[in-house]
Design a protein around this ligand. Structure first.
Ligand code: DHK
Length: 144
């Protein structure tokens, strides 16, 4: 069975508690549980990881080179700043889907640019936490 990684960046550990008018009421544990169940139904194993630290996210992407066939990633604010995460994703061979819970294009201008989009096969923004499930479904199609 192929494994996919679900990676979340800074502040996403506060999902459900932080600015629910923007990020909704579901917790990260809810999202991870739903994505694991969905992935299992699609014949994939899913491993979830969240960190507030750029280096830890990069280390996990490096580990994915050996362990994962695809990656769903919401890099949080590192989306807009991290060339290092882009470089790590460029060293990963499988498909990458970028997720943003909010519609970043409807928000501040600094959220309109994403380094990760230079690498991602697909970008989902503004679907709320449903976006993670759409990303897992898309990965399953790309890996079939
Ligand atoms: C999450 C964050 O933490 C922000 O820094 C991004 C993204 C948007 C989201 O919508 O999931 O700008």
């Amino acid at each position: 069975m192929k494994t996919v990684y679900l990676l979340n960046g800074p502040n996403l550990n506060l999902l459900g508690k932080r600015q629910p008018e923007i990020y909704g009421h579901e917790t990260l544990a809810d999202v991870e549980r739903d994505c694991m169940a969905l992935a299992q139904g699609l014949g994939l194993a899913l491993e979830a990881f969240q960190s507030n630290h750029e280096g830890a996210i990069i280390d996990t992407i490096h580990a994915a080179r050996e362990k994962a066939a695809g990656i769903v990633i919401n890099p949080g604010a590192f989306t807009h700043t991290s060339i290092a995460i882009l470089d790590a994703l460029n060293a990963f061979e499988g498909p990458v889907i970028e997720v943003h819970i909010s519609n970043v294009h409807k928000r501040e201008a600094f959220r309109h640019h994403s380094y990760v989009s230079l690498r991602a096969e697909g970008v989902i923004a503004g679907l709320g936490t449903e976006g993670y499930k759409a990303a897992v479904r898309r990965l399953a199609m790309l890996l079939a």
